[in-house]
Design a protein around this ligand. Structure first.
Ligand code: HEC
Length: 160
């Protein structure tokens, strides 16, 4: 009978895998994303960009596919941040979005989310372009906020 116990870890980790593998609507329980890996951990938005309307507009053009026809985030995430494909993260929900640092957003855009439709974009987009996308995305749910590196949280632009 003792042999059967060997299956327990397998069953447990399978269960965990299923529980963690995202959710079909993209609107399941709001849980913090995993931390970015070391090679991304120190990357942040160039601080002068947060209030740069030009960069924001460049981010919008990338997001909706105007800048580069190969890159169209809006085809899943929606022009206004309201998902048009099942499972795509809703960027309008500040409760969810504030759990993501600028670093985590940048990492996810670069590398994608394994086993989901969200692929990595680093081969198609320069670092600058990826930061412009972070800037645009943040305008849906966290408009007027910037990531404060020392405080490790989003703060009002006026409170920076
Ligand atoms: C083919 C559809 C599709 C396209 C195109 C797409 N995404 Fe996604 N994206 C998804 C899905 C699905 C998820 C949810 C993944 C998950 O379950 O965590 C997601 C999640 C994300 C997340 C959150 C990652 C996380 O940890 O939950 C960010 C940020 C993001 N996408 C940005 C972008 C940007 C920027 C682009 C354009 C360069 C883009 N996406 C293009 C489908 C897409």
């Amino acid at each position: 009978m003792g042999v059967r116990l060997f299956h327990l870890p397998v069953v447990l980790s399978l269960g965990l895998l299923i529980a963690c593998s995202g959710n079909p609507e993209g609107e399941g329980p709001i849980v913090p994303p995993p931390p970015a890996p070391v090679e991304y951990a120190e990357k942040h938005m160039p601080s002068s960009w947060w209030e740069d309307a030009q960069k924001l507009e460049e981010g919008r053009k990338l997001f909706v596919g105007e800048a580069n026809p190969d890159v169209n985030c809006a085809s899943c995430h929606g022009k206004d941040g309201k998902p048009v494909k099942a499972g795509a993260t809703d960027f309008r929900n500040p409760e969810r979005m504030k759990l993501y640092s600028d670093t985590v957003w940048f990492w996810r855009i670069s590398e994608g989310v394994p086993n989901t439709k969200m692929k990595g974009w680093k081969s198609k987009l320069s670092e600058d372009d990826r930061w412009k996308l972070v800037l645009f995305e943040r305008s849906f749910g966290l408009s007027g906020k910037i990531w404060n590196v020392e405080k490790n949280q989003w703060v009002d632009v006026s409170a920076k």
